[in-house]
Design a binder for this molecule. Structure first.
Ligand SMILES: Cc1cc2nc3c(=O)[nH]c(=O)nc-3n(C[C@H](O)[C@H](O)[C@H](O)COP(=O)(O)OP(=O)(O)OC[C@H]3O[C@@H](n4cnc5c(N)ncnc54)[C@H](O)[C@@H]3O)c2cc1C
Length: 380
């Protein structure tokens, strides 16, 4: 076993830490308050190569491994989980899906600018009546000569208004159920494609979440990803990797809150001593540190398995399930350690607590992760 990071992994971790401190931290409270999309920060992340981290250099990416990606996700999420979800969607769901399953023309046309951060992507699976049960797709894509005509509504789409390219999951052959589902690349501005109002959210408020409406949107056949009927497999395979990114996001939210709580406990005094000298507070820090380390090992193991070409369905689901629970538990305790100051915006931990909750919901709720895990272990 080798628990050491490579020189390259340490360098990218350091670069992400510096970037988060100098360019994400200033203004993070205001962006959260105003629900402001971090446009300038996303542009910078593109320049730094954070938006196409795992995409090969041939297609405009940084050609890094999944371990490097989760190290960056953790560092960004410690400070601004709204920015890290944008990174996660573009890397894991959009670029990875296109590099793995797209054809050469699609990679040339869409993947290269996406991986370079020149344009932004969105992944559109959820619908008003198809969340956890993603097989119940009501959005249709019907063949019409050289095109498919898409009709329907997608819900909760991250980068909903800011994206340029949307990977849209649709039903073409309802009689075939999930085997009739197709995935398409849809461009912003295609006639009939409308962006619905922005959701007013509890957390990750800088990221823009929208519903999308498709009214007879004509999409060329060459924009279908994979063979006819490949769409459900495409979505599931892509989400399996996406979970590792969200697990890393949860880990970052937890470790960000822990670091703030530890530092605060060393300066805040009560009853004549720093509060870290009260065993009740020290034990909270001990629990937080232990749980975060356990979550970190699960996240890195899943990333490592992906890099080794091994199956990571089980490890990715365990990492997301556990790290998201640790994010909730740790951020709640971080607020507690801050006392009244934990309840106001200046100290950051209340935002991290609100941000933590989404990691138990998107890219498969915790209940769905337990279904994935229990099925996998019962098959063994
Ligand atoms: C901020 C935000 C961003 C998002 N971004 C995206 C995005 O970019 N793209 C995208 O496609 N989607 C996105 N989503 C959607 C997200 O993935 C779904 O909300 C999630 O999968 C849950 O679906 P649902 O909301 O329909 O809940 P439901 O499926 O209705 O679930 C409700 C509850 O029932 C539980 N439940 C459901 N079925 C079962 C079962 N079989 N066994 C046990 N419990 C069950 C769930 O775990 C949950 O607790 C986003 C959501 C949010 C809030």
């Amino acid at each position: 076993m080798d628990f050491k990071f490579t020189e390259e992994q340490l360098l990218i971790q350091e670069a992400a830490r510096d970037f988060a401190k100098t360019e994400l931290l200033p203004g993070v409270i205001e962006r959260d308050e105003k629900q402001e999309f971090p446009k300038a920060q996303v542009k910078r992340m593109g320049e730094l190569g954070f938006l196409g981290m795992m995409t090969s250099e041939q297609y405009g990416g940084s050609g890094m491994d999944t371990v490097s990606y989760v190290l960056v996700m953790e560092e960004l999420s410690k400070v601004d989980a709204s920015c890290s979800v944008i990174v996660s969607v573009n890397n894991s769901l959009v670029c990875w899906g296109l590099e793995k399953f797209g054809n050469e023309e699609q990679k040339q046309k869409y993947l290269i600018p996406l991986a370079k951060g020149e344009i932004l992507g969105a992944f559109c699976l959820s619908e008003p009546e198809a969340g956890s049960d993603a097989t119940s797709q009501k959005t249709t894509a019907i063949e019409d000569g050289d095109h498919y005509i898409i009709n329907g509504t997608k819900n909760w789409i991250t980068n909903g208004a800011s994206a340029d390219v949307y990977l849209v999951i649709t039903q073409t052959h309802p009689e075939l159920k999930h085997k009739g589902i197709n995935a398409f690349i849809v461009e912003k501005g295609m006639p009939g494609f409308e962006i619905g109002p922005k959701e007013h959210k509890l957390g990750i408020r800088g990221s823009d979440t929208h519903s999308l409406i498709f009214n007879d949107v004509r999409v060329p056949k060459e924009n279908r990803i994979g063979e006819d009927g490949f769409g459900f497999k495409f979505a599931m395979k892509t989400l399996a990797g996406g979970r590792i990114g969200i697990a890393a996001q949860a880990l970052g939210i937890a470790s960000g809150a822990y670091e703030l709580a530890k530092a605060y406990s060393k300066v805040r005094k009560s009853f004549g001593t720093e509060i870290c000298n009260h065993q009740a507070i020290a034990f909270k820090l001990a629990d937080m540190h232990t749980q975060i380390e356990a979550a970190r090992h699960l996240v890195l193991k899943a990333a490592w398995e992906k890099d080794q070409g091994q199956n990571y369905d089980l490890s990715g689901a365990m990492a997301k399930l556990y790290a998201s629970q640790v994010a909730m538990d740790t951020t709640i305790e971080a607020v507690q350690i801050h006392g009244g100051n934990g309840y106001v915006k200046e100290y950051h931990v209340e935002r991290l607590m609100r941000d933590a909750k989404i990691t138990q919901i998107y890219e498969g709720t915790s209940e769905i992760q337990k279904i994935v895990i229990s099925r996998a272990i019962l098959e063994q």
